[in-house]
Design a protein around this ligand. Sequence first.
Ligand SMILES: C[S@@+](CC[C@H](N)C(=O)[O-])C[C@H]1O[C@@H](n2cnc3c(N)ncnc32)[C@H](O)[C@@H]1O
Length: 434
Amino acid sequence: MPFTQQEIEEEREHFANVIATFQQYAPYSLNANNRRRKDIFIIPIEDRELLEDIGYKERILDTDKAILANANFLSKVVANPEIFGHDLSDLEEGESKENLQQEDLEQEDLHARPEPSHHGHSHGHPHSHSHSHSHGEGSHSRTHDHSDPQTATATQRKRKYRPTEHDMDKLRSTLKQLVRDWSEEGKAERDVCYEPMKEALLQHFSDIPEDERRNFRVLVPGAGLGRLAWDVAKLGFACQGNEFSHYMLLASFYMLNRTDEVHQHTIYPYVHSFSNIVNNEGLLRPIKIPDVLPSSLPPGSDFSLVAGECDFEEIYGDDANDASEPHAGQWDAVMTCFFIDTAKNIVNYLRIIHRILAPGGVWINLGPLLWHWENNTTNDPSIELTLEELKVLARKIGFEISNERTIDTTYTNNAQSMLGYVYHAQFWTAKKII
Ligand SMILES: C[S@@+](CC[C@H](N)C(=O)[O-])C[C@H]1O[C@@H](n2cnc3c(N)ncnc32)[C@H](O)[C@@H]1O
């Protein structure tokens, strides 16, 4: 379905704002760190001297340096945004009415819920959802302001876009997501999540010789930074990741297409909060990325990451009633990792997964049920099933579920923090039987 002019304009504006967020990471984060420096001058001089003795001021300075190193990496990620096909000539000026409203909302949220949460947030707490944080990160969000685009453009030109705390939170989460998907430090977390999924895939296709796996098509919706999809392609399957966040689009594109050495980049993903830190290493340790060469897929591999303008439902479910739809029955496996709870209407997600699978195809799932749209402030629907209801629904839709188990796992966790959340994530394989 072609996009309307208004949707294209909204998409461009959203993309421009994400780029502006990357570009303003340094001043924003340095400013936050500088607050600590200022606070030292508010306390009594003898306290200040003690802090100096124990190295607190030095740690603040080292944090500045780490932020600048992050900024250097992030600036490379967004060095050539025009390759993504948007005209960003007015980038420096963009700030829409929508974003002003959203920022107002975020301010309220931050007061009411000091710990924003969904999977992407290091300090997210499962019991303090801040679901406004999951909105608008993707393209063509239905929450957009539907005012006249020409008026919106005039509004944009008035002020430079000022990233919100929500925008910066997304960017900081992206740094942690890079650890999860593309570092040695992330291997333990990856192994817990991705290995059982890959094993189930290999098990399902155990009678297929390795050199014929490329004839089997695997879809990974909500692919994040693409490592699971890349690993599946490395196993020899044809694999497509789908992802709608521009943050993920930019970071994964850079990792996959602009990185030519293992450990080429050093980032400091944990420098943004001083809370629950045991020692300097907990805060300031460098993380080298990537741990593998993204271009090291075997020749002839069929791997793609469809990101940035690609809502799962729009791409794979849009033409549900169209006999010529390109996806029905076309996928041999669908692998969802920490994804299904991003649904507004989980029934539709399951229907799409079922419809696009070939007969006998397999859906492999791992994740919690942290319904992203629960309590949303944008009047979007949100269907929030229990695990048991979800499984009954899946069976009704035509899946036979097996291999059910609970896998305890973290998600973008700082392994050296005093705080960590463990998801009792649910794993299953489900075969399309009708
Ligand atoms: C919690 S993350 C999981 C990422 C990855 N699977 C992993 O395990 O690291 C969920 C991902 O789904 C993406 N997402 C959410 N709703 C989506 C949609 N409707 N279409 C495509 N991607 C979506 C988000 O942008 C996010 O990157």
